[in-house]
Design a protein around this ligand. Structure first.
Ligand code: ZN
Ligand code: ZN
Length: 130
């Protein structure tokens, strides 16, 4: 599998995900969009230009050519909220512990997590663990 972790080149200034975040997804094989084992980039779910943008909770593994860029890089609100929930589930199952920044990220997008069944479920688990 070829891994190119760069989000879109140039133009927008997206905060790059840290090595630690890349490491967290090293053993993930699944693209959040198509479910195939061909993901090769991180999409910044809520965009890349705010303080918490490099939180791993903002990272969505996608196949760059097909699932990410195809269709003009637009995702429906429902898809965005599902992506957030899937990343939360992934990080929870990995036993990942929240940093201050992650907590801020989750608070910021709480309504989005609550809008999907999956998101509400894992939001609860994470609360219990705190
Ligand atoms: Zn894909
Ligand atoms: Zn993207």
């Amino acid at each position: 599998m070829q891994t190119n972790f760069k989000e879109k080149q140039g133009k927008r200034k997206d905060k790059n995900f840290t090595e630690e975040t890349k490491e967290l997804f090293r053993n993930n094989f699944e693209c959040w969009q198509c479910g195939m084992n061909t993901w090769d980039c991180f999409h910044h779910c809520m965009g890349g230009d705010f303080d918490e943008a490099d939180s791993p909770f903002n990272a969505v593994p996608l196949c760059n050519a097909t699932c990410h860029i195809d269709g003009g890089h637009h995702f429906s609100e429902k898809q965005i909220n599902t992506f957030l929930a899937m990343t939360m589930r992934y990080l929870y199952l990995k036993g990942y512990e929240l940093t201050r920044k992650d907590k801020m990220f989750i608070i910021k997008f709480k309504k989005r997590y609550e809008s999907t069944e999956l998101g509400s479920e894992y939001l609860k688990y994470y609360r219990k663990r705190q």
